[in-house]
Design a protein. Structure first.
Length: 183
């Protein structure tokens, strides 16, 4: 049984750590499709330019999955009834590599690439999220404004995000060590 109508598969679960951030943006996360939280897109998005910029900025952040350009039309939520150009994040075939796939960085990179291509793109949604009224949804989802500020800083590079995330990631790896069942 699916835990949620928008959590229909293992593949969605693999992508979720990154695609959940789409909830705080104007990009569709594919709600109202058969692949929610495996997609990202919007009407008139130039997918080839987006992927090209992502590849130029941080090719290693694309590892462990396959990105497939696609078209989709959400039946509800953001861009409902509109044809969206987008990407499907494939994590179900031989391209999937658990140790290499970094969904948070992959989606962050898509945001950064979009910002590079279109500096004035209205990316961040401003609405009450999880009962928070004083912070942007993207900041609530990420626990701070660090990711948003990195995306919006035209001089920031992928290594800067790695540096910003390093302390939290190190602490998390240490904390989870005691509960890992399989190594």
């Amino acid at each position: 049984m699916n835990p949620s109508p928008n959590a229909p598969s293992l593949w969605m679960a693999r992508c979720y750590a990154g695609t959940v951030m789409l909830e705080g943006t104007t990009l569709s996360e594919g709600r109202g499709t058969t692949r929610p939280l495996e997609l990202l897109g919007a009407p008139a998005l130039d997918v080839a330019a987006l992927v090209g910029t992502m590849t130029t900025l941080a090719p290693a952040w694309l590892e462990g999955c396959r990105l497939r350009p696609c078209w989709f039309e959400p039946t509800f939520h953001k861009h409902a009834g509109q044809l969206c150009a987008g990407l499907q994040i494939h994590v179900e075939d031989a391209a999937y590599a658990h140790d290499a796939f970094r969904p948070w960085r992959l989606v962050a990179l898509a945001f950064k690439a979009l910002r590079r291509l279109h500096p004035d793109y209205a990316l961040w949604r401003d609405f009450p999220y999880e009962y928070e009224h004083d912070r942007l949804a993207i900041d609530v989802i990420n626990g701070s404004d660090l990711l948003r500020r990195w995306v919006d800083d035209s001089a920031a590079i992928p290594a800067d995000l790695d540096a910003l995330a390093h302390a939290d990631e190190t602490a998390w790896r240490s904390e989870r060590e005691a509960v890992l069942l399989y190594r």
